[in-house]
Structure formats: C-alpha cells, structure tokens
Ligand binder design. Structure first.
Ligand code: PEP
Ligand code: MN
Length: 368
C-alpha cells in the first residue's frame, strides 16, 4: 500500500480544546524533569488556552554525560498533566521501546526528533511499531538535522505507509558548522518546497530550536505565520533558567502568552481584486524577466562561439569579478540586497559558463 503522494491525510487535531487558539500551539518544557515542574508549567499554559503539552522523556544528547531525560518515569507525570488540565500530551520517540511505553502510557501525540529522522532504519523501526499498534496519529516528524528534503519526505512516507494518517511535519532548522545567529539555520526554502509538493501536509514551526534563544522566538514565529505555517511548537518551562536542557531558549508560560498575543495572524486565502491585479503585474514582469534572461544566454552562447574560435578559456575571472562588483553596486542604489544580487548573479554566471563549455566541447566542422 505504498503511496508516495500521501493523499489520504486526516486533520491532525480535532476537538474544541484545540479550536480556541489560532494558530495551533504546542508548548511545554524541553524535558520532563519532575511532576511539579510539569504541572506548574502545564497549568500556566492551559490558562492561556494552549491545548497540547509537549515534554521530552527520552532526550537525545549530542554527547554522553548530559541530562538524558527521565524516561518511563515521566509517563505518570504526563497523565497527571492530562488529568489536571485536559491538555493532550506529546513526547519524542526514537525507538520501538519508546513507542510502546508512550502508547501504553496514554500519550496522545508522538514526534520524531531531528537526529532520528535522519536515520531511515530508526524511522522504519518506529513505523513498524506504530503499525503493530494501529496508531493513526497524530505523529509529527521533525526535519532531519541535515538539509535533506528527500530524507524528510522519506521519513514521512515511512509513517504514512505504516498507516499513520494524522501526520504532520515540524520545521526546526538545519545544523551548520560554526557559530551563527541561529542555533539551526532556518533555510525556509526547504519547508516551503515540502509545502509545494504536499500541500495537504500540515507544517508546524519550532522557533525554539531554530533560534536557540528566547529573543528569537517572536520574530521567527511571526515569519512562520506569514509564510503560512499551520502552527507553532514552543518550549516553555516554569523556571527556564533552571531547566536541565535548552535553558536559553525556554520561556515561562506568561512570557509565551505575551509572545503569542503579539503575533499578527493574517488571513490564509483572502484575495481581493487589487491583489489579483498586482499578481497579474507580477506575471507580466516574470515573463519579461524570462525573456531578458533568454536574450542574455543567447549573447553568452555567441561569446562561447567566439572563445572557441580563438581558443580562449570559458571563464575569465577578471571579467566575472567586474560584473559582480558593478551589478551589486548598481543594485544597491536601487535598494536591492547585495547578498540577493550575489546569489542571482552567480547563478546566471554558472549557467552561462555551463553553456559556453558545452559549445567549446561540441564537435565542430571547422576544428583543426
Ligand atoms: C526537542 O524537541 O527538545 C528536541 C530534542 O528537538 P530536536 O529533535 O529538534 O533537536
Ligand atoms: Mn529542546
């Protein structure tokens, strides 16, 4: 019953408790630490209308020796949260054993962490365990740590093929070497491509793990909403500075309420006549842009023929440097971002060179 299209997905969540807040928000501590910490956090979140409580029981740590989670001992605490607040509970699973414990313990929502999604053996093991239990979801799949959309889709398909129909993706950013503003690079084009290919698949943004710091949660959440993400998963702890994992990125429930109240939620599909008119203008400009690009490539191929005749190299570094500098400067005077210009120009140059090399290597009747 393999279906690579994932056509028969069902809504992730239903029920009044989840309807009251827009966007959908899942919140709770990075890790379950104690029953008191869980209940104090959950009560604060439930008071703000948040319907789904997250807490990691098994924590994948980069190096040994860190806090590796309380494991099964936290399951009764999750149950206490559910009983005290009515919230649904969610946790990360990475092995068959985790799946069995979580489902036996009545956990409502499972997610697969970024390190696990990168490993097809582990994902298949989880999928098999879910199929045996006939668990249809909700299951959320974080993007793999590496920026590999196919691997992310592969993990989603393994679950779908195992019968999970309440399936969603979580965008939590991608690892990069070195220190950057973000703990994990957002690379928004990857979740947006996932959305383009599977429009029916809900995508939730995890600004806590993308940003790695509290201050970035609000701007990242707003950006995600503006791009049409279906919800947010945010780490919240009753005493963030004392958290045993990810302390810098956790916020109190009160702080989270403040962040959520400040978000602007826009209409998903509100098109008007004036928007239609602007879109027609964009269509026309794009067609001009294609025409200009094509004319530029034609000239570039002509240059290729000249270079072939005069036995010149396809790439002339000085000329390339000059093109970049002058165009970037000109773009700046028009308010175009230099980095954007650099990306566009280098892509155009790469394609020009590719076409010229094709010409240089083409068999020619005049070649000596
Ligand atoms: C988490 O959600 O606490 C977690 C470990 O996240 P990730 O898998 O995105 O690193
Ligand atoms: Mn975390």
């Amino acid at each position: 019953m393999a279906d690579s299209e994932m056509k028969e997905l069902e809504p992730l969540f239903s029920g009044e408790a989840l309807e009251c807040r827009r966007p959908l928000v899942i919140a709770g501590p990075c890790s379950a630490e104690s029953e008191e910490q869980m209940l104090a956090t959950a009560r604060g979140l439930a008071a703000d209308g948040i319907g789904i409580f997250r807490a990691g029981l098994w924590k994948p740590r980069t190096r040994p020796g860190g806090f590796e989670g309380v494991g099964e001992a936290g399951i009764p605490w999750m149950r206490s949260v559910r009983e005290a607040t009515g919230m649904l509970t969610a946790t990360e699973v990475a092995t068959r054993h985790h799946v069995e414990c979580a489902l036996d313990g009545g956990i409502d929502v499972l997610w697969i962490g970024a390190r696990t999604s990168a490993n097809p053996f582990a994902v298949q093991e989880i999928a098999d365990a879910l199929a045996e239990r006939k668990f249809r979801g909700p299951v959320l799949v974080k993007n793999p740590v590496n920026p590999d959309l196919e691997l992310w889709i592969g993990a989603l398909q393994r679950l779908y093929n195992a019968g999970v129909r309440r399936l969603g993706a979580i965008h939590r950013g991608f690892t990069a070497y070195g220190t950057h503003l973000y703990r994990n690079m957002p690379q928004w084009q990857i979740p947006l491509e996932l959305r383009r290919r599977y429009p029916q698949l809900p995508i939730i943004c995890d600004p806590s793990h993308i940003g790695g710091k509290r201050e970035l949660i609000a701007p990242l959440s707003q950006k995600a909403l503006d791009m049409g993400f279906d919800g947010l998963i945010i780490e919240s702890h009753c005493n963030p500075d004392a958290a045993l994992s990810d302390a810098r990125q956790q916020v109190t429930p009160a702080n989270l309420k403040h962040i959520l109240d400040g978000l602007v939620v826009r209409e998903p599909n509100g098109t008007t006549e004036s928007l239609d008119m602007l879109r027609r203008q964009i269509d026309k400009i794009d067609s001009e842009l294609l025409d200009v690009l094509n004319r530029r490539m034609e000239v570039s191929r002509e240059i290729g023929r000249y270079k072939k005749e005069h036995r010149m190299l396809a790439v002339q570094p000085a000329r390339y440097g000059d093109i970049m500098d002058t165009r970037i400067q000109a773009g700046e005077t028009m308010g175009l971002d230099p980095e954007f210009m650099r990306v566009i120009l280098s892509a155009i140059h790469e394609e020009s060179v590719r076409q010229q090399i094709e010409i240089l290597n083409a068999p020619s009747i005049h070649s000596r």
